[in-house]
Design a protein around this ligand. Sequence first.
Ligand SMILES: [Zn+2]
Length: 366
Amino acid sequence: MTTSIPSAETLLSFEQEINAIRDETLSKVGQADADYIRRVIRFQRGLDLSSRLVIVLGFIHPLFWVAGVLMLALAKILDNMEIGHNVMHGQYDWMNDPHINSRNFEWDIVGDGDSWKRYHNHEHHTYTNIIGKDRDYGYGLLRLSDDIPWRKKNLWQFFTYLNLSLLFQWGVAYHELAAERIFFGKRRKESHLPISRSELKSAFFSKIGKQVFKDYIFWPLLCFPVFWSVLLGNLCANLIRNLWTSTIIFCGHFTEDAQTFSEEECKNETRGQWYYRQILGSSNLEGARWFHILTGHLSCQIEHHLFPDIPARHYPAMAQKVEQVCKTHGIPYNTGSFAHQYLTVVKRVLRYSFPDKAGQEPLTNH
Ligand SMILES: [Zn+2]
């Protein structure tokens, strides 16, 4: 961590002001949020179905195919980000809707929702950017901080990053299994897995099976004369969705100034210190309302980390207040345009591809 830690009094007043933003927003959560998420779900379901029809029309003109693929990619992005990620965080559990809640919702992606909830909601959101505890940090594949010793494989990590981006849904699906060393590597001595290893394995394969069947067998067979063009369209839509979601997530945590922490630094932290770490470890993207929706409001990654259970459509308004509170408390608030933040991600991936040279200023201070 590079920033000097604010005094206990500053952190206490900071905590109170962040809590006040939370309470004020919570008092407004209600029918308008329920109406909003139902509207997005209706729109997404309609878009998903019509995109499949437009892909089939590709036999009339290839532009239909292109439009259909883009529509399907958009439907998958909305499903995964504005709907899935937020619903599975429990942001709409208060609605008591049998489908729109964190226990039952399942998304259109090969990663099993229960597995994702275990490591993302609990681990990543609690231990954000703590090296050794947050397994989302670099996904065990990339070296993005000098806390992690350099290895030869880091030399070509830019290509590893591009592959990870392209195949992101598979990375998300495999994440918990990799950590539990289900298929490769020495079995972990201690595991906190609440289900058995075989249950984890069967949930993994059954979700993959369902998705592969849907995208690469069911829909292509249903449109049999254009089997290959439908199959290829589904594949392209999945790849576009993967690139988009991984890029947004990388911009939220791996920008140049996003900081990392050691376990030692985070022991017995107060709520204020926890807020402080969430802010230093995340970064925001500025943009229009449609842009925020397409990122599932992860463009406000800082607010998502401060208030993961508040309906995300409130984040842009909360962001203005949080930024102001940070300013008055001398706490850095990392925000910028999409292009700027993305360039710093690329810079970070490249920078840590190489071993640290003596005397070189590290991007983060560990
Ligand atoms: Zn999240």
